[in-house]
Design a protein around this ligand. Structure first.
Ligand SMILES: Nc1ncnc2c1ncn2[C@@H]1O[C@H](COP(=O)(O)OP(=O)(O)OP(=O)(O)O)[C@@H](O)[C@H]1O
Length: 624
């Protein structure tokens, strides 16, 4: 939050008064130090909520606090109509706003990773559900889908034991009388690369641990998981003491699936796909593919189990993991993979399976939560909870995507809170001190200016895309290109958000000056992560599965239909800058290169690229 006005501290009496302020907007002197002092003072009294006008600021207490008792009952307000800050108050305001203005509302949860966004969004949802009368059955389903999404979309990171590895937008649908009649979920940028790789001290998605630590002997046998140990994709993950704790918390997940409406056959399909991924992770390759036997001996069993769980032909899966097959002039040309290529192919299959399974789960949840056809939703309340800003020991492609999405949200806040307010004041002729704040528009999309970080053809994401198409493109050539365009003072694309390091860093990397601080990204693997192609022949093999759920995950027209069902609001004009955030949240300024769903055969770790199936490569003025 930017400071404004005088830099002189206020009088002591005023300061004391301000330190207990329920609403920071009412404090006459406010700077960063003052905000921290107020929040600290309140936190010591176990008061975690503070208003800033319409915004509710919450400090993570890392312990259960009865918010209502502390903030409402123990300290009832003597001023009529005045309410102490609380998440229930915000939920109430949203609902009242919805009913009085008859206009749809939206609530955004924003903050660093681990700051408590997901917990708050769950509280907000349950307060809102309590406030509006709806079908009790629908309500319990809406409350139940959260643990399910957390099981599949959350994992332990170095910042948070239960970190959301995807963004979610929940849209509650209301009829004209204010009754909730349905809900819809959109997911953004699932971090599917976590299935196969993650940093030290982090774990795979909770669901894998849940299966291995809570399944009965019978279930383990059914999914061929007997004897699966700490190896492959779960290496280190299972040994983590928090894994079992989290897995146990998911007790009752299977019952949850049933209550939400997944048939037993569908539940079997879900666990079969997950078990197949675990087995794929155990497939190891030799260094000598030319011998015709690139697999380690023990891998044969893992391939057999995987093929059987996915209901595909074992020999065909074996071949796909071993050889690259390309169609050229009506012929199939085949050559053995090198070890690295074979590992990449195995990992692409696993990531594609997990990503599409996650998309399918949300599609099915949406079917269950959809408003009945006979009713008409006239109003909606949107709840946006995306992964928070991340600065890890090593920041990679995933962190770049997460942080750019957060820049987007920050830009929305800036526009809403500062720009529009100041504009309104100016239009009404009101005299006010202009508020200094750091505008990050240059980092995103700035209409009519070609000097934006995320623009096309010269923008951070478009240059990554472009480099992926050059046969000689490498991680280091990517950094060279970034520096030539954004770090060179003679370049018209020079950006203040791209500080050039004074000395060369040990590995190819670049730094971005984000609103939350400077972050250095290691580019190792950037191009591969962005490409993340799934060989066409692999798709054909997976489509041939006799398991209807598996084959449908790779069916192009079904996937398109599902992708359409995720879109919120009316279909938008296809643009070269697909949406990163839901409509209404700065759709115009959204980041290029991102879209909501990945398209068939175009899997990328963050569903990047997916909007660009039909794109032509735009030659950059500076390209080789
Ligand atoms: N209101 C709260 N009361 C008690 N504990 C909380 C509260 N909010 C958060 N926590 C604790 O902090 C942890 C992190 O919170 P949460 O997962 O909501 O953070 P987040 O901002 O959504 O993080 P990420 O961006 O990584 O998903 C929770 O697992 C919980 O232990």
């Amino acid at each position: 939050m930017a400071a404004s006005g005088s830099t002189q501290p206020p009088l002591g009496g005023q300061l004391l008064l301000s330190l207990d302020a329920d609403d920071l907007a009412a404090v006459s002197f406010l700077d960063e130090a003052m905000i921290v002092a107020i929040l600290k003072c309140r936190y010591r009294k176990k008061v975690i909520f503070t208003f800033i006008g319409e915004i509710l600021l919450s400090v993570n207490p890392f312990e259960r606090i009865s918010h209502r008792r502390k903030s409402l009952r123990e300290a009832p307000s003597r001023v009529p109509g005045y309410t102490k800050p609380d998440i229930s108050v915000t939920a109430n305001r949203v609902y009242t706003g919805l009913m009085e203005s008859k206009r749809s509302q939206c609530c955004i949860f924003s903050g660093e990773s681990g700051s408590g966004k997901t917990e708050m969004s769950k509280m907000f949802l349950s307060h809102l559900m309590r406030r509006c009368a709806g079908e009790p059955e629908l309500e319990s389903k809406i409350i139940l889908f959260n643990p399910l999404l957390e099981a599949f979309g959350n994992a332990k990171t170095s910042l948070n034991d239960n970190s959301s590895r995807f963004g979610k937008f929940i849209e509650l649908q209301f009829n004209g009388t204010g009754k909730v009649i349905g809900a819809k979920i959109c997911e953004y940028l699932l971090e599917k690369s976590r299935v196969t790789h993650r940093s030290a001290g982090e774990t795979n998605f909770h669901i894998f641990h849940h299966m291995l630590s809570t399944f009965s002997a019978e279930q383990l046998k059914k999914f061929k998981l007997n004897g699966v140990t700490n190896s492959g994709y779960l290496a280190d993950s299972l040994a983590d003491p928090s894994s079992e704790r989290t897995a146990r918390k998911l007790d009752g997940l299977t019952e949850g699936l049933t209550t939400i409406g997944f048939s037993l056959a569908e539940q079997d399909a879900i666990f079969s796909i997950l078990a197949a991924i675990i087995h794929l992770g155990c497939v190891k390759f030799d260094d000598h593919p030319e011998t015709g036997q690139p697999f380690e001996r023990s891998s044969q069993k893992s391939i057999r189990n995987s093929a059987s769980l996915l209901k595909i032909d074992r020999v065909r899966l074996h071949n796909q993991l071993q050889n690259l097959e390309i169609y050229s002039r009506g012929e199939v040309i085949s050559r053995p993979y090198t070890r690295t290529e074979a590992e990449d192919c195995r990992d692409s299959i696993s990531k594609a399976l997990y990503n599409r399974l996650f998309g399918w789960l949300i599609y099915r949840i949406n079917q269950v939560l959809a408003a009945p056809k006979s009713t008409q939703a006239t109003l909606t309340v949107g709840i946006l909870d995306i992964f928070g800003f991340e600065n890890l020991k090593t920041n990679s492609f995933e962190q770049l995507c997460i942080n750019l999405a957060n820049e987007q949200l920050h830009n929305f806040f800036n526009t809403k809170i500062f720009k529009q307010e100041q504009q309104e004041y100016a239009e009404e002729g009101l005299d006010m001190e202009s508020i200094a704040y750091r505008d990050n528009s240059d980092l995103l999309i700035k209409p009519y200016h070609k000097t934006c970080f995320l623009d096309r053809p010269i923008g951070i994401l478009s240059l990554i895309d472009e480099e992926c198409h050059f046969p000689q493109g490498s991680d280091s050539s990517l950094v060279t290109k970034f520096t030539r365009n954004f770090g060179n003072c003679r370049s018209r694309f020079r950006s203040s958000f791209y500080p050039v390091p004074e000395r060369e860093l040990p590995e190819p990397s670049f730094t971005i000056s984000h609103y939350a601080g400077e972050i250095t990204y290691s580019v190792r693997g950037f191009l591969e992560k962005n490409r993340d192609s799934l060989p066409d022949r692999v798709v054909v093999v997976l489509q041939s599965s006799t398991h209807s759920v598996v084959s449908s995950l790779f069916n192009a027209s079904l996937a398109r239909e599902r992708a359409r069902s995720f879109s919120t609001g009316p279909r938008q004009r296809r643009s070269r800058t697909p949406r990163l955030l839901p409509p209404g949240l700065g759709a115009r300024e959204c980041a290029p290169g991102c879209s909501i769903r990945s398209a068939p055969g175009k899997d990328s770790p963050w569903a990047f690229n997916s909007g660009y199936d039909e794109r032509a490569i735009i030659p950059s003025p500076n390209s080789e």
